[in-house]
Design a protein around this ligand. Sequence first.
Ligand SMILES: [Zn+2]
Ligand SMILES: [Zn+2]
Length: 463
Amino acid sequence: MTLKLFNALTREKEDFKPVEEGKVSFYSCGQTIYDDLHIGNARAYAAWDTLTRYLRWKGLKVRHVQNITDVGHLTDDGDQGEDKVEKRAKEMGLEPMELVEDQIQRYFEDTEALNIQRQDIVPRATGHINEMIHYIDKIVENGYGYEVDGNVYFDVEAFAEDYPYGEMANKDLEQLKEEAQARVEHDEDKRNQFDFALWINADEGHLMKWESPWSVGYPGWHLECSVMSQKYLGDEFDIHAGGKDHIFPHHPNERAQAFAATGEGQARYWLHNEFITISGEKMSKSKGNFYTVRELLEEGFSGNAVRLYLISSHYRSETDFSIEGLEKAEKELKKLRKAYKISDGEGLEEKAEETERLFEEYMDDDLNTAKAKQALLELAGEVNSHGEASEEVGETLEQLSQVLGVDLSSSVNDSEKEMADMLTDLRDEARERKDYEASDFIRDRLEELGFEVEDSEDGSLWY
Ligand SMILES: [Zn+2]
Ligand SMILES: [Zn+2]
């Protein structure tokens, strides 16, 4: 079966054909690292992690690169405003890199809790300033960039004579020009208002700055992804993914830089995830409708349930976040875990094979995790009402859940398993003696430890 992906360049689902057979080179735009991971970004990273897992499950060899932006992302997308990292560091009285180190650690803790595997390469922008300077050099040399007072700008008009520009946004040059005039504060130095900065001459008080042929300054935000993706994946690679806000200007600008420097347009497939809303509105800190992953975990939701929630909708559909939705995911997780746990008997192999076939069909359809999850839940429901299934069925449940990033088994280690078995045996003995006080006490204590306890024909069942 062939995987189809919705490609922003053509706005169509296309058969996925990698540049090199059997291998996939994949770049996704990562976190600007000044704040804790919120569920909107977590959704994107969970989607790209699921794509990586799925490609590997299908037998492809994947190299997944996802950057960390620790410099150059400004509070305003017209090359004005402050650097987001530097601004937050100043507010906190920290060196920018002090904030970055701390936030990176928290970021990895949060992503790990959601089973978002660490990408094969996680490059940081500040580690690639040299490469960026060389890259700008090439762009200027090729006639698509110009310098004014230590700033270097990308010349969109010159570029658009030779290459496509803005096709992801489905707009022509005139429209983009008008929009830029409305959106961006007027900048005297630019030949055209939709030109964007490759290098910015730093003000006196700017903390993060480097020597360059043009000025002591810092790179424009769009530059790092072009440079780092080329360095680790080559001039032409397979997939580039990011949030839908990147449809313009970030991704067209990245692609333009790549054409301008290398003659190749970077990735063949450009993927964009929709956003998470809260009560129908965009997440925003000032409105207070904003959730970080950390908050949700601290409130007692399990990382696996949050992950299950995040892949419960298709990545290209807008999804409205709610605590009830998370509670539902917690129940679904229990259902899956119970089915996995009781798959140590007989039966339902055919149903499992059918589920696996459906799972692949749904995932091949532009990664429809919503339907794939539903297929797994159906299988789990049947196992649970049947009361048992064969080990093969359990394996299917476990492996396909893994592809979605949901772990059915690992939360309990061997000694915890032994302890839970022993306590449920004790509870069964108490029930036989009709000592319900003791049996309830044991159940309550097990539940406090995070086990779910259920009565069944063969005695207490935990999972
Ligand atoms: Zn990107
Ligand atoms: Zn990027």
